[in-house]
Design a protein around this ligand. Structure first.
Ligand SMILES: *[C@@H]1O[C@H](CO)[C@@H](O)[C@H](O)[C@H]1NC(C)=O
Ligand SMILES: *[C@@H]1O[C@H](CO)[C@@H](O)[C@H](O)[C@H]1NC(C)=O
Ligand SMILES: *[C@@H]1O[C@H](CO)[C@@H](O)[C@H](O)[C@H]1NC(C)=O
Ligand SMILES: *[C@@H]1O[C@H](CO)[C@@H](O)[C@H](O)[C@H]1NC(C)=O
Ligand SMILES: *[C@@H]1O[C@H](CO)[C@@H](O)[C@H](O)[C@H]1NC(C)=O
Ligand SMILES: *[C@@H]1O[C@H](CO)[C@@H](O)[C@H](O)[C@H]1NC(C)=O
Ligand SMILES: *[C@@H]1O[C@H](CO)[C@@H](O)[C@H](O)[C@H]1NC(C)=O
Ligand SMILES: *[C@@H]1O[C@H](CO)[C@@H](O)[C@H](O)[C@H]1NC(C)=O
Ligand SMILES: *[C@@H]1O[C@H](CO)[C@@H](O)[C@H](O)[C@H]1NC(C)=O
Length: 551
């Protein structure tokens, strides 16, 4: 219904502002037909949109929408040779068809720094959960040769394998050597191998609630030195067991330093200056981000996740860090190698809700608009903020979860990144709970995204009527004609199911994660762009609209 209103309104406005073929006015009201001059209502208040990407972020990297998978759970997500997880693969293919290449997968996280290699282990993993440390993942973990089979179940996906740096003993040394030797049997250069990573969030090694791994005196110099020593072990093993190709300057590439944030106990700039990349082996500068914590007091959807001001402020810490690194001579792409809504695996009813999916769209596009060139959304089996649950467990049903729909909307907004430079620009709006972005391909304006984060609850005894805001813009006049509106929508921000993007569901129950068009949700709605470039896009509370433009 909202969409019909939007169409009527947009049609009415066009009728006033431009001359279009008569049949396009079939739905227009009589009142709107009386307009003749090229004027807009005085309350139109359009936000101007630039024809070229002058204030946009740097071009995003291919596979901007990528995932970080908690190492202990990678076999659940990917399956193995006999039982590849095709549901996961379908979900990755959907994203690939929007953004031009499947997501990259980083296999890492906290359990990366617990994992030790056991050549005799028959299963992929042997994990022991210590509930007093975390109920969500094993604190003791060994991985066997079978673990590496999971690198071969998703055609066309490139992987980052994470090694243990936190453990500082002979067993950890041996693991680095042994994992490198076996990884290259399952990963192939120029195919499914992307980069390596040494250690997860070393800036928390001195303070981690899951176990302190370094003395309080440990500093950036020591970290850098230990990183380089352990990396050399991997290099020696690759050279010996995998062949000289694996250790050429072109192929021996790392993601680092993978700090948890911008203000913990190691400083990124000091680390850089201490010679982290002294051997030119790092390809991407990776940091991590969570907008808040799962059990942090006061964390809500409205005001916290569905708050553009909050998201901008969280992203800006990375913008400042990147600027400081640049000033210190760091010129490689800055990315978020791990990110999600609320650390400690997310909060139920928040991180798995449609509101969090809207947050994800805002967060990812804000990153893209501020030179953060790729984002790996983190997940693990049973994690509350996961984009999908890859297997059924006794706590969580297998299925596509709300945040995945946010991933889809981001990928659709960016379009095929492999075809040229894709850049995103933030368009400031008035209120804290709304956000807009434009997407450029090369110099050309291609798409407009509006996110209306006004909270709308529907899981209540008597839902209130759902409001809608009409967002008005002045596009370059070259865009006049029509655009197509593709909506990310659900019954409300508290919905955890029933979510669609442009009329399609990606739910497991329907077609194992392949897109399934639902007849009861609109798809590709027409919106008119006047000869003055004016466009009005109606966006119901707690939903987002992607407008495909013809400029
Ligand atoms: C968009 O234009 C309509 C019609 O003029 C107006 O009612 C509405 O308030 C405008 N939207 C905004 C956000 O200013
Ligand atoms: C799995 O790990 C536990 C705890 O470390 C250990 O007691 C057990 O023997 C291991 N199982 C196998 C099959 O290696
Ligand atoms: C860790 O390993 C490094 C290099 O092997 C060593 O110098 C250091 O003393 C060890 N221990 C700690 C706590 O850093
Ligand atoms: C780990 O390997 C490094 C590099 O060979 C060596 O310097 C260090 O002493 C080893 N650490 C232990 C605890 O064996
Ligand atoms: C939105 O976030 C900003 C920044 O954290 C905060 O100052 C503001 O109070 C939040 N808005 C609401 C309505 O909670
Ligand atoms: C749920 O599964 C875990 C791991 O398989 C098991 O340890 C636990 O006992 C199960 N809990 C229930 C309530 O069945
Ligand atoms: C929506 O639900 C949340 C969580 O129950 C509640 O805090 C909030 O006040 C509700 N909002 C409205 C507008 O009713
Ligand atoms: C969404 O709302 C519609 C209309 O009220 C209802 O039929 C449908 O069951 C709701 N979907 C979910 C997932 O609750
Ligand atoms: C649309 O149809 C699907 C599948 O039949 C149903 O589950 C869903 O509740 C419907 N949605 C609405 C908003 O009516």
């Amino acid at each position: 219904m909202a969409s019909l209103q939007a169409l009527l309104l947009a049609t009415a406005l066009l009728n006033i502002a431009s001359s279009a073929p008569a049949e396009q006015f079939a739905d227009a009201t009589t009142a709107s037909r009386t307009g003749s001059a090229l004027t807009r209502p005085t309350d139109f208040n359009p936000v101007p949109i630039a024809a070229s990407p002058s204030g946009a972020g740097e071009p995003v990297l291919n596979s901007f929408v990528s995932f970080s998978i908690e190492l202990a759970f990678f076999p659940d997500f990917a399956g193995d040779k006999e039982n590849p997880n095709t549901f996961s693969d379908n979900l990755l293919n959907n994203l690939g068809s929007f953004q031009g290449s499947k997501p990259n997968i980083r296999v890492g996280g906290n359990t990366q720094d617990y994992a030790l290699y056991d050549a005799n282990l028959k299963a992929a993993t042997n994990g022991t959960i210590i509930p007093s440390i975390s109920k969500d993942y094993p604190r003791i973990l060994s991985i066997g040769p079978k673990f590496f089979e999971s690198y071969q179940t998703w055609p066309g996906v490139k992987f980052i394998h994470g090694f243990n740096l936190a453990k500082n003993d002979t067993a950890a040394n041996a693991s680095a050597t042994d994992e490198a030797a076996i990884a290259c049997k399952f990963l192939e250069l120029h195919d499914n191998f992307l980069y390596w990573e040494m250690g997860n969030e070393p800036d928390l090694f001195k303070t981690s609630a899951q176990g302190v791994m370094r003395p309080a005196s440990w500093n950036e110099q020591q970290y850098t030195q230990q990183w380089n020593i352990r990396v050399q072990l991997v290099k020696d093993s690759l050279s010996k067991n995998c062949g000289a190709d694996w250790v050429t300057a072109q192929n021996f590439k790392w993601l680092a330093p993978s700090f948890a944030g911008t203000s913990n106990s190691l400083d990124a700039v000091k680390t850089w200056k201490a010679g982290l990349d002294q051997r030119n082996e790092i390809e991407l500068f990776s940091s991590h981000n969570y907008i808040g914590g799962a059990t942090q007091p006061g964390v809500t959807l409205a005001g916290f996740l569905m708050n553009h001001t909050k998201t901008v402020s969280s992203v800006s810490n990375h913008n400042k860090e990147q600027a400081a690194l640049k000033a210190a001579g760091m010129n490689m792409p800055y990315i978020l190698g791990e990110a999600n809504s609320l650390y400690n695996q997310g909060a139920p009813a928040l991180s798995n809700s449609f509101g969090a999916a809207l947050w994800g769209v805002d967060f990812n596009l804000m990153c893209a608009a501020t030179d953060i060139r790729q984002v790996y959304m983190h997940m693990g089996t049973n994690f509350r903020y996961a984009s999908w649950q890859p297997v059924a467990t006794n706590t969580t049903s297998i299925g596509t979860k709300a945040p995945y729909y946010g991933n889809i909307a981001v990928a659709a907004s960016l379009g095929d990144i492999t075809q040229g430079d894709v850049r995103v620009q933030n368009i400031p709006l008035k209120n804290y709970n709304e956000a807009a972005y434009t997407i450029y391909e090369g110099e050309k304006l291609k798409r407009l995204v509006v996110i209306n984060m006004h909270q709308y609850n529907y899981s209540v005894p008597v839902p209130l009527p759902r409001g809608e805001t009409t967002y008005n813009f002045t596009l370059p006049t070259s865009c006049s004609g029509h655009g197509l509106v593709q909506r990310l929508i659900a019954n409300g921000s508290d919905a955890i199911t029933g979510i669609t993007f442009n009329g399609a569901s990606y739910n497991y129950e329907l077609d194992h994660g392949k897109p399934k068009l639902l007849g009861n949700v609109t798809k590709d709605e027409t919106v008119w762009v006047g000869q003055d470039g004016g466009i009005a896009v109606g966006v119901p509370w707690s939903s987002a609209a992607l407008v495909q433009l013809e400029c």
